[in-house]
Structure formats: structure tokens, C-alpha cells
Design a binder for this molecule. Sequence first.
Ligand SMILES: Nc1ncnc2c1ncn2[C@@H]1O[C@H](COP(=O)(O)OP(=O)(O)OP(=O)(O)O)[C@@H](O)[C@H]1O
Ligand SMILES: O=C(O)[C@@H](O)C(=O)CO
Length: 416
Amino acid sequence: MLLGCIGDDFTGSSDLGNTLAKAGMRTVQYVGTPDEPAPAQVEAGIVALKSRSIPVQDAISQSLAALDWLRAQGCRQFLFKYCSTFDSTPEGNIGPVAEALAAALDARQVIVCPAFPATGRSIYLGHLFVWDRLLNESGMQHHPLTPMTDPDIRRWLSRQARGSIGHVDAAVVRQGAVAIRRALADEDSRGHRLIVTDAIVDDDLMALGQAAAELPLITGGSGIAMGLPENFRARGELAGCAVPWRGQAGPAVILSGSCSAATREQVDRHAARHPARALDVGAIMAGDLDVAEYARWALAQDGIPLIYSSADPAQVSATQERFGRERTATAIEAFFCDLAGALVQHGCTRLISAGGETSGAVVTGLNLAHLEIGPEIAPGVPVMRAGDNLVLALKSGNFGEVDFFAAAARVMERSS
Ligand SMILES: Nc1ncnc2c1ncn2[C@@H]1O[C@H](COP(=O)(O)OP(=O)(O)OP(=O)(O)O)[C@@H](O)[C@H]1O
Ligand SMILES: O=C(O)[C@@H](O)C(=O)CO
């Protein structure tokens, strides 16, 4: 294994898998840190954790355990993948995990770059934009678990990190890899270990990737991985032949727990054309919803059934005030976890899930060890094979066009 990656959630890890596989690396996503060695042909391994919204110390220890395993597989370069909207709280977990990984690897000049231009995320003068909106005006200020209220990534990160934060701005990034390397070294000599780098378009990310060829640790969204495969290719280290992909027919079901603006639109569009049931969160909290009945309902439908808890910010706030933020999230996720298990047990072969935490719960309910990366459905969302008769699509909250769910079901059937 050449490149060892640690993802702080499951959809984000599949987003990264998509980028690396498209760029020609043989990539496997692992569900948590494996107990066994990886097969020799894996070139990029992604250990998907569910560490974005857990206590800081737990996120650090899980990430360090993942790092140990990746090192034991022979990796020489490591990537910590977090959200392109920098989802985190003033306490963490991005800064503390990045610093712990850097300390373990004795890494300096650690790039911090959540940019992902294909989905509208760019960084200019340290500020994160989602299309033409600053992060804190993009809808992310209403996120149920990690409301993002500050668009200045340097300032937000400095609240989480022990060390000071450096910055390489767009004017330097535009000059290419040599200038970036020089600027990273300058920031390092000023004592900054974590260094936010601007990136507006894919070319910026390719230049950053080239500049990072010899760096042990890189952190960011999936965009920062775009330029890395080329470094391994240039050294003649990639096998270079694609792994064949087989599509999957059979019953498809959608589970959506994301409350993002994009997902809510996708839910509305899909529900207007296909069977759909909204979950009553109060009934989940009271333990009154029968998972088996929902699974039976879904598998008896024509079309592509959708079961969702997705709700608008006012409903989410009201629910959280009534039941508590953590308790609500945990109960909804537990419901989706059990429902995913029941659906697959009774014949679902194409399972689509929306939301990172939700997808973490779904994958946990399926007891999977690893996922093979397949074709792209939308920027940042691949199909993944999870066994002989099961494929998954794990959609990050804000990704995908308005008809994403139907498109996903179609791409899942396709062989390449
Ligand atoms: N109706 C609701 N009321 C309150 N909380 C909800 C409701 N529906 C879902 N949730 C919780 O909100 C959280 C949504 O997070 P999730 O990561 O699944 O989506 P997302 O943040 O939009 O996706 P991503 O992390 O991929 O951007 C989950 O913990 C989920 O359980
Ligand atoms: O980077 C992103 O936006 C996604 O891969 C993600 O992590 C959302 O959970």
C-alpha cells in the first residue's frame, strides 16, 4: 500500500475513494481499522471512521490506531480526509486529530485544504466558500451537529489546535509547485505546523498535490488528493490497470437522514415520483417505530422507495430542544442502522443513503469489512460494492443534483 488515508466519516471516505480510483489508484475503503493485513494489490487504503462528531480524545485514539495499521501496510504518505465544509466544532475534531497524526509521524508543513471545486467549495485568503456564499451563509450554519458559523478556516482551526496556523495564499498557489514548496517551508520556519492553503480551481489542487509529493501528512477534502496519484505514477509505483466493475440489479431502497439543503430538495423531488415515508422522530424517540414493518413496506413497493428523517432547520431545532441534540441523532441513527440490516437481510441489493453520520450508521448495520470503489454517480459519490449481491451509494449531505436518488439507482445497475 502506498497511500494511507483516514476518513472522519463514511461518505467522505467514499468521496476520497472516488477521487483516487478515478486517478488510477487501486483503492479500497475499510470500515473501521481492519484486524487483518490488506491484499498486496491495494495501492490506496482508506480507513473510514465515524470520528467527526465524537469526543476529541476518542477521535484521536481511533485515528492513531488507523495510522498504525496503515503504517504496518507499508504506506509512506498519509492523508487525513475531513469534510469540504470543514465540519467541526470549536473543540475539534479536525485540529486535534491533525496535530496528533503530525506528532506521530513527526510531520511538518501539514497542508489543511478542504477545497473541492467540483462541488463549489473553494478557499480564498483563508476563507471557505460554497459556490458564491461564505461558509457561514451557505446553510452550513444550520448543520444539526457541526454548525459552521465562521468562514475563516485559519481562525476556526486556531480554536481547535494547540499550535499556530500558517497560510499559503492563492497568489502563491497559482505560481505552482516550486513556489508552494517554498511558501510551506517559510511557514514552517515561522513555527506553523498546520498550514491552510488557498485553492480555487482544480489546477490549484494539482499544483498542491505536486508540491506535497514528499510530505508525510496531508489533510483536507477529497480535492487535495487529486494530484497525489500522479506522484506515485511518476515514480513508476502504480500497476496502471483498472479493476473490472460489475453492476447490480435488484431491489433498491433509499435512506435519508441528512438535513442539508441539497438533500431536502432531493427528497422532495424523489417523494413526488416514488413511494416515500417520512419518519416521525417523536415516535423514534419513544421507541414506537417498528423497523421490520418499515423494511417490509419498502421491499413491497414498486419504484424506488425512500424512508427519511430529513427535515428543515426549524423542525430540527424544535426536535433537538425537545429531546437533546445528541440523543436525537443517536436514536435516528440507531433506527437507520437496524433498518439497513433488515432491508439487506430481506433482499435489498442496492442501498442508497444520504448523510455522513447516517451512512456511518447504515454501514455499521451491515457489518461490512471493506468496500470496493466503482463508477461515479455525481462528483464525490461513487457506487461501492459491499459483497456479492450488494452495492451501496453513500451520499454526502450537500452532494448530487436534484434527481440524485434515481440517478444513483440507475448507475448502480451499470457494468463497466
Ligand atoms: N429530523 C431530524 N431532527 C434532528 N436531527 C436529525 C433529523 N434527521 C436527522 N437528524 C440527525 O442529523 C444528523 C445529520 O447528519 P448526517 O451526517 O447524516 O447528514 P449531513 O451532515 O447532511 O451529511 P454530511 O456529513 O455528509 O454532509 C444525523 O445525526 C441525523 O441522525
Ligand atoms: O468533503 C465532503 O464534503 C464530503 O466528502 C464529506 O465529507 C461530507 O460528509
